[in-house]
Design a protein around this ligand. Structure first.
Ligand code: C5P
Length: 227
């Protein structure tokens, strides 16, 4: 049997990867892997267990045993559970993103999560979004997208997204936090944020989500990921 088709979407914070990945997966009827959520869940699980933020072996061990579950309700809203408690909202704060970015820089944490992420590749196909989906986790993916947008637009999008969820955030503070997180993600030694050599670069500045989705679906069709 041939391999499960995989479409990867990588890029910096706020580029719209998550929204795009969810829409494309829904359109195709494929599985979805929100890999950032795994790092966010791990940071939260570590904090709850009282691990020191820099305790690498503690976080790596926890990465293998934390009990997580993803589901979406009939309205398409995502529900994410950690040890059977719903934490969908809690992991979306910028503080959680910051914690995720710290544990994500630890090599043994990344290797502890590698197999867990690969298990999401199930028929009829997988859309995976993150930072290293195309470079490290699914190097043989049939289509790799690297999604960017200008720093201003990414901060604005993230601001709107958090505001819509009812979070009290400031655009200036958010811009700074995103810049810091991107700097750490791009400069870490293991799996830094960068496009795979065979990735399609897509700059979504000034594009609507519908236009971006269409561009990706057209590429997927051209590559015969689906009929
Ligand atoms: O995509 P999201 O903003 O939820 O990711 C949170 C953090 O998790 C990122 O800033 C990054 O440090 C880390 N991450 C990663 N590799 C991935 C996905 C996320 O290092 N594949």
């Amino acid at each position: 049997m041939s391999a499960v088709p995989v479409l990867t979407i990588d890029g910096p914070s706020g580029s719209g990867k998550g929204t795009l990945a969810r829409r494309v997966a829904q359109q195709l009827g494929w599985q979805l892997l929100d890999s950032g959520a795994l790092y966010r869940l791990l940071a939260l699980a570590g904090a709850r267990q009282g691990l020191a933020p820099l305790d690498e072996s503690g976080h790596a061990a926890l990465a293998g045993r934390m009990n997580i579950r993803f589901s979406s309700d009939s309205a398409g809203e995502e529900n994410i559970f950690l040890e059977n408690e719903e934490v969908s909202r809690e992991i979306r704060t910028e503080t959680a993103g910051e914690g995720a970015s710290r544990v994500a820089a630890m090599p043994s944490v990344r290797s502890a999560l590698t197999e867990r992420q690969r298990q999401f590749a199930q028929w009829p196909g997988l859309v995976a979004d993150g930072r290293d989906m195309g470079t490290v986790i699914f190097p043989a993916a049939r289509l790799k997208i690297f999604l960017t947008a200008s720093a201003e637009e990414r901060a604005r999008r993230r601001y709107k997204q958090l505001k819509d969820k009812g979070f009290d955030v400031s655009l200036a503070a958010l811009s700074q936090e995103l810049a810091e997180r991107d700097r750490r993600d791009a400069n870490r030694a293991v799996s830094p944020l960068k496009p795979a050599d065979d990735a399609e670069l897509l700059d979504s500045t000034g594009m609507s989500i519908e236009q971006v989705e269409q561009a990706v679906l057209t590429l997927a069709k051209t590559r015969q990921l689906f009929r």
